[in-house]
Design a protein around this ligand. Sequence first.
Ligand code: ATP
Ligand code: MG
Length: 297
Amino acid sequence: MFALMEDVSFSYSVGTPFETKALDQVNLAIDKGESIGIVGRTGCGKSTLIQHLNGLLIPERGRVVVDGVDIRTKGTALKEVRKKVGLVFQYPEYQIFEETVFKEIAFGPVNLGVTEEELTRRVRWAMEVVGLDFDLLAGRSPFELSGGQMRRVAIASILSMKPEMLVLDEPTAGLDPEGKRLIFSRLVDLRKHEGLTLVIVSHSMEDLVTIAERIIVMDQGKIVLDGAIRDIFSQPGAITNFGVRPPITTQLAFALQERGFAVNQRLLTPEELAEEIYQKIIIQKDKKGKNQCGEKV
Ligand SMILES: Nc1ncnc2c1ncn2[C@@H]1O[C@H](COP(=O)(O)OP(=O)(O)OP(=O)(O)O)[C@@H](O)[C@H]1O
Ligand SMILES: [Mg+2]
C-alpha cells in the first residue's frame, strides 16, 4: 500500500459563515503502480482530496498515511512525502515564476539537493517526457510560450523531482490533442517501466480511458463509487446520477443496444467499439443481408 486515507473529513473556512465541508469521511487506499482517475461534478471535492496526498492540506478528522508516514508528521518525514508525491495543480501555468524554462524545471531538484551534472540530465529528461525540445526551449522564458507549452513546463517541473506518485489535477485542459496523447503515452510508459503511480483528476472520460485502470467517483465530498474502469463506465445509470457521463464509445454501445443490436456494453476505446460493430453488425449483415433487428441494410 502506498497511500491511505482513513475517515478523512475536511472543511474550508472553519468557524466562519463561509464554512464548507469539502471532504466527508473519505476512505481510500492506493497501491504502488496503480493508475486512478478521479471524477465527479464540479465542487465535489476532487482537488481537496488530492491535496491531502502530499500534505498540502491536513485532514480535519481522520488520517492520511503516505508510504508509512502520517502526513501530520512535521519536518523531514513530511519533506520525504512531498518528494515522493508530485502534485500538478489545476491551473499550473499560474505557478510558473522562473525566468527560464530550465530554471523552472530545475527548481524542485535544486531544492532536493540534486548535483549540477544530474540536474541537467533531469531537466533534459523531464522536457523529453512532455515533448519539449531542450535545445530550443531550455533557455527561453516560460512566459513567451503558448498555453499548451506552459502546461508542459509545469508538468515537467514536477516530473523532474522524480516522484513515485504523480497527481495531476485536470492536466489536459488547454492541451492540444497531440500533446495530450504524447504526454499520456509517456506517463503510461513510466508507470509500466518504473512503477510510477498515477492519480488523475479529469472531466474527460475519453482521456481517462487512455490512462486509468481504476475510477473513483466523488459526490458532495464523498467517494460514491470505486472500481475497475470497465465496471464503473458500464453502469451509466449509476454514474450519471453523480453528474458523470460515460465515454462517448460506451454511450454509443448503449444506444446500439437500445436499438436491438446485441453489442457488448463493456466497451471503452473507439477501437473496441469499431471491432464490436464490425463483428456484431457488419458481418451479421453480410451473412443475412439484414442487421440483427431484421431490417434490410
Ligand atoms: N480555498 C477554498 N476556500 C473555500 N472553499 C473552497 C476552497 N476550495 C474549494 N472550496 C469549496 O470546497 C468544495 C470542494 O471543492 P474542490 O475544489 O475540492 O472541488 P472539485 O471537485 O475539485 O471541483 P472542480 O471540478 O470545479 O475543480 C466546493 O464546495 C468548493 O467551493
Ligand atoms: Mg478541482
